[in-house]
Design a protein around this ligand. Structure first.
Ligand code: ADP
Ligand code: MG
Length: 339
């Protein structure tokens, strides 16, 4: 007996509201049939935008399968992340299997870049439309907890975890040329003393017009979380400047990190929440700084502070705006770098 229209509609919707659409299911069945997977064991996470399952593969071992939802609305708001990404210039505009598979593709490619740069993250294995296979983070079959669920008051541990994140924020920006865009204790996992980075579908490249706004929000989220842990943290601005400073190199990065740790640990009080920093406009390039000459003058007259001049670090200028910085500011006595 065929279900009548009303009940059939209801049944269809039930499968798409909190579960997978027909096409994703067919992809999963095919992966089982082909023997890529021997077993899909269960659900690790059921989110609004994706479900993540745990599966076993004879070839790759324990896997996480991320299946993007094609039937929910949040994707509507995601166009803002796609602007300026050359790789994804087609297929923006309507929500569909095709469009959602662009998101999966974006995450797959970003995961490849991230793995190449040595940032701890799942290794992408296979992509079939909206179905992404990656290595499972965890001990064997046990998926690793999110950073937010790590229950410890071990100061040494939190110190290590914070500075891992700080270093990898810079690597992600400078080497992968990416900003995560949704970084928080929800998209960082904890496994065996390491912070593992996940969920790169909304990450943006440097060309994106809002790159700095996303990076600043990432810095704020990370600092807000770690400020509740037993560790001395940087201010949002110090963190942002460390990530974007073009005068820091692969060679001097370790020394800069050590200098920053001294700054953080040497303070009597933890830094204030950087409300002002979160609000200022950060120009991308020197040409964008309309009143460059005037700023330089005001700075010499003491009417502006270096804090007002964020673009100095971002653009590679010395903080007195006299010219390009020659060494990493963090490593010089004056804190300026062109001594
Ligand atoms: P979304 O937040 O868009 O739903 P995520 O990529 O953040 O998707 O995945 C949701 C959750 O699934 C994560 O918070 C994490 O707990 C789990 N998860 C995702 N990928 C993996 C993985 N490779 N290994 C272990 N757990 C994972
Ligand atoms: Mg997530």
């Amino acid at each position: 007996v065929k279900p009548d229209r009303r009940t059939r509609d209801k049944a269809d919707r039930a499968t798409t509201d909190n579960c997978l659409d027909q096409r994703s299911l067919r992809v999963m069945f095919k992966l089982l049939q082909q023997g890529v997977l021997t077993n899909i064991e269960g659900c690790i996470s059921a989110g609004k935008e994706a479900n993540v399952y745990y599966a076993i593969s004879p070839e790759y071992g324990h896997l996480a399968i991320k299946v993007y939802m094609t039937s929910v609305m949040p994707f509507k708001n995601r166009d803002k992340y796609m602007i300026g990404d050359r790789r994804l210039r087609h297929g923006v505009g309507k929500r569909s299997w095709k469009k959602v598979s662009k998101w999966a593709e974006k995450e797959f490619r970003n995961l490849l870049r991230v793995a190449q740069a040595g940032i701890p993250a799942p290794k992408p294995i296979k992509l079939k439309g909206v179905v992404l296979l990656m290595t499972l983070i965890g001990e064997d079959a046990d998926a690793a907890p999110k950073l937010k669920d790590v229950d410890s008051d071990d100061a040494e541990l939190w110190h290590s975890l914070y500075w891992q994140v700080v270093g990898n924020l810079r690597t992600l920006y400078q080497q992968c040329r990416l900003v995560h865009g949704d970084l928080s204790e929800y998209n960082l996992l904890y496994n065996a003393g390491q912070v593992i980075w996940i969920d790169f579908s909304q990450s943006v490249e440097h060309e994106h017009p809002q790159t700095f706004a996303f990076l600043r929000a990432d810095c704020r989220n990370v600092n807000a979380f770690f400020s509740r842990k037993p560790v001395r943290i940087l201010s949002d601005q110090e963190l942002f400047e460390f990530i974007t400073d073009p005068t820091i190199t692969v060679e001097n990065c370790e020394r800069c990190l050590a200098a920053l740790q001294d700054v953080a640990n040497g303070r009597e009080q933890p830094p204030d929440v950087d409300g002002a920093f979160q609000g200022v406009h950060i120009p991308r390039r020197l040409e964008e700084v309309l009143h460059y000459e005037r700023n330089a003058l005001l700075l010499r007259q003491g009417k502006l502070t270096q804090h007002d001049l964020l673009f100095a670090t971002v653009s590679g200028m010395s903080h007195d705006l006299k010219g390009p910085k020659r060494t990493a500011g963090l490593l010089s006595d004056s804190g300026d770098g062109d001594a």
